[in-house]
Design a protein around this ligand. Structure first.
Ligand code: SF4
Length: 441
């Protein structure tokens, strides 16, 4: 039942998405409106559902060639302030709604873009306002994405003092030439400086992001990357395999040159490099906890944001293009910053598209997201959805077992390491027929 990620004859990296971030897929989210969200917010939420807040900071020093997010470079302090004010006005709408009604967030996430692009003054005023709107008293984790070149000792100390517990460093590669050729703003020496200062600032958890298969990546360089990574001893490591969606600089260049294959390693190589990294990390005492992550101490190093979302938590996503999942409904905000600011400052909710999910779709969503951890437990789904996933998806499990990609042991299905390294390509057979299509690489 497995689906290979690229054309079988080549296995090359072609344009398209590999990473399955949500379900049903985004291109089906066209049935909801701001009115829909207003209605949802006017009623109380299910009390036991955990709540999280995501705030999107869409500014970066420069645009990386592989980036597929909506980001803005060279914005003035005044323009940034207008955006932050709009973000807080949006959050105020949520905080005052019966749906939230005094609920306290369990996790906060600052994503982007580059949250660390903001000045300490801007960060202080935003987080002060956020805490006024929604208490951080019961927050278990505050994650903050950072680009190494935007950090210094003073800023890192201030970020820690704001309450950030999980600093996620977008390192991507330790080689300055590879960083440069891929359009990254930072360089190798900035990584070392930022990491040391982050350690000194005392963050309970530091994550390092890497990408396997950047343009001009080689076997030797990748091995050197992993050596340097392990030398730093981060609490958590996240490795993405390079994909080339249609809105990236790399794809635009491919199109201009009439090329169908991206100038990056093929899928087998990217998987092998990620597998090598995991094996080396395990030798160094790390535990692999998903298809993308390894942690030094699984007892201490949790990822509350990911684990809560993958178990159906409510997420209020504020900011341009931000995603929310509220009361079983997916929403995405408008993706143009001016339109977003004008809509919010005009007193309206900036919804671009939405989709109300059925219980079956919510079950599939949690099942495929949890499969990315490498294992699922039948009892969880039986208890939450009243469905025996073992029999409901018997054909899909059979397909995985026949290809020796995983097996049931009692009430738990475990993926093999080989399967985990290509987990996103194994999820589509679990989709409902109307959601299966070829929009993935
Ligand atoms: S730093 Fe991240 S969000 Fe910004 S351009 Fe690069 S990949 Fe995109």
């Amino acid at each position: 039942m497995s689906t290979e990620v690229t054309s079988p004859e080549a296995g090359e990296t072609t344009a398209g998405n590999y990473f399955v971030a949500n379900y049903p897929p985004f291109h089906f989210w066209d049935k909801g409106t701001a009115q829909h969200l207003e209605e949802l917010l006017s009623k109380p939420a299910a009390k036991e559902t955990p709540l999280g807040v995501y705030f999107h900071i869409p500014f970066c020093r420069k645009r990386c060639h592989f980036c597929y997010f909506r980001v803005y470079t060279e914005r003035s302090a005044g323009e940034i302030q207008r955006y932050l004010d709009a973000g807080m006005a949006e959050l105020e709408r949520y905080a005052g709604a019966p749906f939230v009604n005094g609920r306290k967030p369990k996790f906060i996430y600052f994503g982007g873009g580059t949250p660390s692009y903001l000045s300490v003054k801007q960060l202080r005023s935003v987080t002060d306002r956020m805490k006024e709107l929604l208490s951080w008293d019961e927050v278990e984790e505050v994650t903050f994405e950072a680009e190494p070149g935007t950090l210094n000792e003073g800023k890192l100390q201030a970020i820690r003092e704001l309450g950030v517990t999980r600093l996620s460093l977008g390192v991507e590669n330790f080689d300055s030439h590879i960083l440069e050729i891929n359009g990254r703003a930072h360089r190798a020496d900035e990584i070392q400086r930022a990491y040391k200062a982050a350690r000194d600032a005392g963050f309970p958890q530091i994550n390092i992001d890497l990408i396997s298969g950047m343009v001009e990546e080689t076997e030797d360089n990748w091995r050197e990357n992993i050596r340097k990574l392990i030398e730093l001893e981060p609490d958590c490591v996240t490795i993405y395999q390079m994909e080339v969606p249609y809105n990236t600089g790399i794809f635009k260049q491919m199109k201009a040159e009439g090329k169908l294959v991206a100038p990056v390693a093929n899928w087998a190589t990217k998987r092998a490099w990620t597998g090598y990294a995991f094996a080396e990390l395990e030798k160094a005492g790390y535990t692999v906890t998903s298809g993308y992550t390894a942690v030094r101490d699984p007892e201490r190093t949790k990822f509350v944001y990911r684990d809560s979302l993958w178990k159906g938590a409510d997420l209020i996503g504020a900011g341009v293009s931000a995603f929310s999942h509220i009361g079983g409904v997916h929403f995405q905000n408008m993706t143009e910053i001016e339109q977003y600011i004008d809509t919010v400052t005009g007193g309206n909710l900036p919804v671009l598209r939405a989709m109300a999910t059925t219980p079956e779709e919510r079950l599939i969503r949690e099942l495929i997201l949890q499969l990315k951890l490498g294992r699922v437990q039948a009892a969880y789904f039986q208890q939450k959805f009243g469905v025996d996933v073992k029999s409901r998806f018997a054909l899909q499990w059979q397909g995985l077992e026949q290809e020796t990609l995983g097996q049931w042991t009692g009430g738990q299905f475990d993926l093999t390491r080989e399967a985990l390294l290509k987990v996103d390509s194994l999820l589509h057979p679990f989709f409902l027929p109307q959601h299966q299509n070829s929009r993935y690489a």
